[in-house]
Write a protein that binds this ligand. Structure first.
Ligand SMILES: *Cc1c(COP(=O)(O)O)cnc(C)c1O
Length: 443
């Protein structure tokens, strides 16, 4: 059992009297910092990054200093108008259709939930919002077998039910098979279900697999489903023209989310949801009580109507500072650098005996393992798990894992803001060193 180490150093009652900031800061350094995972360390290779950068930190400080509530245009007009601008900037820079509009949300989880509830309301002419479920709705939502857990959660919250998430088989590259999707929709129609929505992944969390966006859009268009594209991590790569073909055919999809707070050097939290027809979202979420009505409601965006929260932070400032400070060119240069480092690390792994890469390196995530087929799969998995734990225990680098076809693989995500070649070189040495120790017979 895990023993608490940090809270035991914190009194179990709140102080009655104020304390000096010096004391507070001392304790922050003594008690809190040793118990933090250092996401901004260039040898952080786990999950997906949650990058920050100087301009973004400065913007966060100004945002909290202003402490503005950006729920409607009137509550801070410049914040709303800046949000419109930076969303348009990103839309155009990413090659998303010019007619689409964006809104900033806290996380991709919230954005995806908003999209699914919107699909539900559009399909029922906003009746579930009004009257609740009748009990006859039998919605189905489709995604690849490698779907992110936020989709299951969204179906729970939206009243659709996690069991109504249909996981479509994937091909050898872990991408959704469009024919299998179409078959599943037809089967469900026959069985009396209502196929509502497809959530495709432009970069799965497991291995950054890319579902065929254009082909899926053709299917959703044919059968009248909502198509939500989850590009939470890899969406940032769409800032590079050489990746924009992955989006081709998205024009008739319905919504798209990506997280600048992952790979775009913008502090958590900041997620952008783009919609082909935001009116459906607004119809779903707007409810304007008398005290929030203004004379301008028809001519300006009131972003409180574009999602779940009423109160909203001034997140657009972070995007403005980051984009202006780096310039799109500067951002692209950094991304290309990360992508090149990932190719370099991949080439090193390929040269090592018994190391194997188990998924295409579409961006900057490498899924690899020590493969020794002379032992059972279970033993192989135990070995790789123990190996990763040893590496992480050194505190010199941090990795996380996934399972691909039942195989435990270490994910190496090379996208932290300041990562350089020396960091990945050291990380590989560390990996090999720890593997050697683990392979040595115990004497
Ligand atoms: C990270 C991730 C999410 C969840 O993002 P949050 O902003 O933390 O909610 C959803 N989908 C994919 C594909 C992700 O990689």
């Amino acid at each position: 059992m895990y023993q608490r180490q940090y809270s035991t150093k914190i009194p179990d009652h709140a102080p009655e009297k104020g304390e000096s900031f010096d004391q507070i800061f001392e304790d922050f350094k003594e008690i809190i910092l040793p118990g933090m995972t250092h996401w901004q360390h260039p040898a952080f290779f786990g999950y997906f990054p949650a990058n920050n950068s100087e301009p973004s930190i400065l913007a966060e400080m100004l945002m909290s200093t202003l402490g503005a509530q950006c729920m409607s245009w009137l509550t801070s007009p410049a914040a709303t108008e800046l949000e419109e601008r930076v969303c348009d900037w990103l839309r155009d820079a990413k090659g998303i259709d010019k007619s689409w509009k964006g809104v900033i949300q806290d996380t991709a989880s919230t954005a995806t939930l908003s999209a699914i509830i919107t699909a539900r309301e559009k399909a029922t002419q906003y009746q579930i919002n009004e009257k609740g479920f009748t009990g006859k709705e039998k919605f189905r939502v489709y995604s690849s077998a490698h779907v992110h857990s936020s989709i299951d959660k969204a179906l729970k919250i939206a009243g659709i039910g996690a069991q109504n998430l249909v996981r479509i088989p994937v091909d050898e590259n872990f991408a959704m098979i469009p024919d299998a999707l179409e078959k599943a929709i037809l089967n469900d129609q026959k069985a009396g279900f209502y196929p509502l929505c497809v959530v495709s992944a432009l970069g799965t969390t497991s291995s950054t697999a890319v579902d065929p966006i254009g082909q899926i859009t053709q299917i959703t268009k044919k059968y009248g489903l909502w198509h939500h594209i989850d590009a939470a991590f890899a969406g940032t790569a769409m800032l590079l023209p050489e990746f924009q073909h992955l989006l081709s055919g998205h024009q008739d999809a319905d919504s798209y989310v990506f997280n600048p707070h992952k790979w775009m050097f913008t502090n958590f939290d900041c997620s952008v949801l783009f919609l082909r027809e935001p009116q459906f979202l607004i119809n779903t979420f707007s409810l304007t009580p008398e005290y929030l009505k203004t004379q301008l409601d028809d001519s300006v965006n009131n972003y409180r109507d574009w999602g779940i929260q009423l109160g909203r932070r001034f997140r657009a400032l972070k995007l403005w500072f980051v984009i202006r400070s780096y310039g799109l060119e500067g951002i692209r240069e950094k991304l290309r650098n990360h992508l090149q480092l990932a190719q370099l690390a991949k080439s090193w792994i390929e040269k090592e005996k018994n190391l194997e890469i188990l998924a295409p390196v579409n961006f900057n995530t490498i899924c690899f393992r020590h493969g020794d087929t002379s032992i059972s799969l279970e033993k192989q998995n135990q070995f790789n798990e123990a190996w990763m734990a040893r590496v992480n225990a050194t505190g010199k680098a941090f990795f996380t894992h996934t399972k691909l076809d039942g195989k435990f693989v270490i994910r190496w995500v090379i996208g932290q803001t300041d990562v350089e070649e020396k960091h990945i070189r050291n990380a590989l040495s560390l990996l090999l060193e720890e593997r050697k120790k683990l392979l040595e017979p115990i004497n």
